[in-house]
Design a protein around this ligand. Structure first.
Ligand SMILES: O=C(O)CCC(=O)C(=O)O
Length: 284
């Protein structure tokens, strides 16, 4: 029998869209991760990141990041919460608060059938409001999804700052109340992709806020990016699953290119979706 959570925790997750769990991670693994990722942050920008405070897919290079992302206890809990086999596909490491405005993960990654995406965010050190405890809006995962088009925006990254601003206006107009998550080193948060959440700055700018978040989707879905999908096409994705066994390290940020069959499928499914949408609109 795997790592178990109580029925109350499962109910709490489904009600609020987030839960805090202590999986009992080995704290020395977390220290190892901090030591291993720290020298990589200066390379992040060189390898395409918008700034040096975010390392995408360090698991490719750092075995500890891969081990944390594929920890069996986490997979057991995700399996129970979503009733499907979880598939980790992306890690992000942060050395300090992200100052990330409130957003949802579903604008970046969605599934068909809908609803199969989760984030698991692990505190690699104690996290309080001083060093940027995450903010979230309980229950927002149950609201109807807000696409770029619903918000009057174009489905392109150019409109992403406007998406964040619209979400902030929406929160204000609905009078939604935020909560903060202070965590002990080693504790984790699991949230549903539709949950409104953000990473505010800390009150003490001298403090670090080391964390690793892993994004998981689930088996048996089609995967796409709503942010760049329009009314008549979808931007399909072919995520690369993080392997459950150690692999040959490769530099983070160097995605394996899509295979030729994947490229063909991507084109065909995009056209099939476009054609289906066109037919539906002609039928009225
Ligand atoms: O760590 C943070 O401040 C935000 C991370 C986050 O929102 C995410 O990875 O989805």
């Amino acid at each position: 029998m795997g790592f178990a959570i109580s029925n109350e925790d499962v109910a709490r997750f489904h009600k609020s869209g987030i839960i805090q769990i202590d999986f009992g991670f080995d704290l020395s693994l977390l220290d190892e991760i901090i030591d291993a990722v720290e020298p990589l942050y200066p390379l992040a920008v060189e390898r395409g990141a918008p700034h040096a405070g975010r390392l995408q897919d360090a698991w490719c290079e750092i075995e500890g990041c891969r081990r944390l992302a594929t920890d069996q206890r986490v997979l057991d809990v995700l399996q129970v919460l979503f009733d499907r086999r979880p598939l980790p596909y992306q890690t992000l490491n942060f050395p300090y608060p992200t100052s990330q405005p409130v957003n949802t993960d579903t604008i970046h990654f969605a599934t068909d059938p809908a609803g199969y995406h989760a984030a698991v965010w692990v505190a690699l050190e104690d996290i309080t409001e001083d060093n940027g405890a995450l903010v979230y809006y309980p229950g927002t995962h149950e609201r109807p999804e807000l696409s770029m088009l619903d918000l009057g925006l174009r489905p392109t990254y150019d409109d992403y700052p406007a998406y964040e601003a619209k979400l902030a206006e929406f929160i204000e107009s609905e009078g939604l109340k935020p909560e903060r998550c202070c965590l002990k080193k080693g504790e984790a948060l699991i949230w549903d992709a539709k949950l409104f959440h953000g990473g505010p700055a800390g009150t003490d700018p001298s403090r670090s806020r080391h964390s690793q978040v892993t994004h998981y989707t689930f088996e048996g879905c089609k995967y796409y990016t709503p942010l760049t999908s329009g009314p008549v096409y979808r931007s399909y994705r072919f995520p690369q699953w993080i392997p459950s066994e150690p692999t040959e390290p490769r530099p983070f940020g160097t995605e394996k290119p899509l295979s030729i069959p994947q490229r063909i499928v991507r084109k065909l499914t995009m056209y099939r979706y476009r054609a289906g949408d066109l037919l539906r609109s002609l039928r009225g």
